[in-house]
Design a protein around this ligand. Structure first.
Ligand code: HEM
Length: 204
């Protein structure tokens, strides 16, 4: 059919589903360990640690498989940011989300075979995949094997700094997830984007 494009191959959908489930498990166990009261935790402390560690290792394995497959497929082209005119494109998309969308204007960057993400989507996905997730994973691994952490950084405790960075990345990624869900829910047909991530097809 001419009005639909196959943009989400099966390997991508499987990675995305596994990544989302593991991420939710990490958020719930992470929050439970950090914030729930010791005498009455949301999840029993040792259980939360075990689930968090296993989900962390699995999400790293899934990430490595995603990176290798993404780089060896045509999907990598969607993660290339062109600096020229970037600010203009971001402003155009922001204006659409803040104003145009509510006035019934059509999207300034329609989905095509060559460009499935709008500029804001691309910026957030590139930031998540290439910056936030790697920092989250590296600091998580370091906390799992603290013997590798530098003891003192500018006179401050290295483990504490690693833990703070890990929590900050977790916070930013949770924020990303909430914004991601909101924007994924914006489509003329209800749930169309969620359906795309199940069937692989984007419908215009
Ligand atoms: C309940 C959890 C989630 C749901 C329902 C969800 C939903 C979606 C949907 C509908 C799309 C396709 C439309 C679009 O590109 O915006 C998508 C794409 C994407 N999502 Fe999610 N998402 C979830 C969690 C996550 C998490 C935790 C991450 C990363 C930390 C993530 C990263 C991505 C990326 C990178 C893409 C683009 C994939 C590609 O086409 O190359 N998502 N998501």
């Amino acid at each position: 059919m001419a009005n639909r494009l196959y943009l989400y191959p099966i390997w991508l959908r499987i990675w995305h589903m596994i990544n989302a489930l593991l991420f939710l498990a990490l958020i719930v166990t992470g929050l439970s360990m950090q914030y729930s009261p010791v005498e009455n935790p949301l999840i029993e402390f040792q259980t939360a640690i075990a689930v968090h560690n296993i989900a962390g290792i699995l999400i790293i394995a899934a990430y490595i498989i995603f990176m290798v497959t993404n780089f060896s497929s045509s999907n990598k082209k969607y993660y290339v940011m062109k600096k020229k005119g970037l600010m203009d494109r971001l402003m155009k998309q922001s204006r659409y989300y803040a104003y145009g969308m509510f006035k019934g204007e059509s999207t300034p960057f329609p989905v095509t075979e060559d460009e499935k993400f709008n500029p804001l989507q691309k910026l957030s996905y590139v930031g998540v995949i290439y910056i936030l997730l790697p920092i989250l994973m590296i600091t998580g691994l370091a906390l799992l094997y603290p013997e590798f952490i530098v003891h003192k950084v500018f006179g401050l405790n290295g483990t504490m700094l690693t833990a703070l960075l890990h929590m900050f990345m977790g916070f930013l990624l949770t924020l990303f997830l909430l914004i991601h869900l909101y924007f994924a829910s914006l489509s003329k047909k209800k749930f169309a984007n969620f359906k795309s991530m199940i069937t692989g097809w984007h419908e215009h």
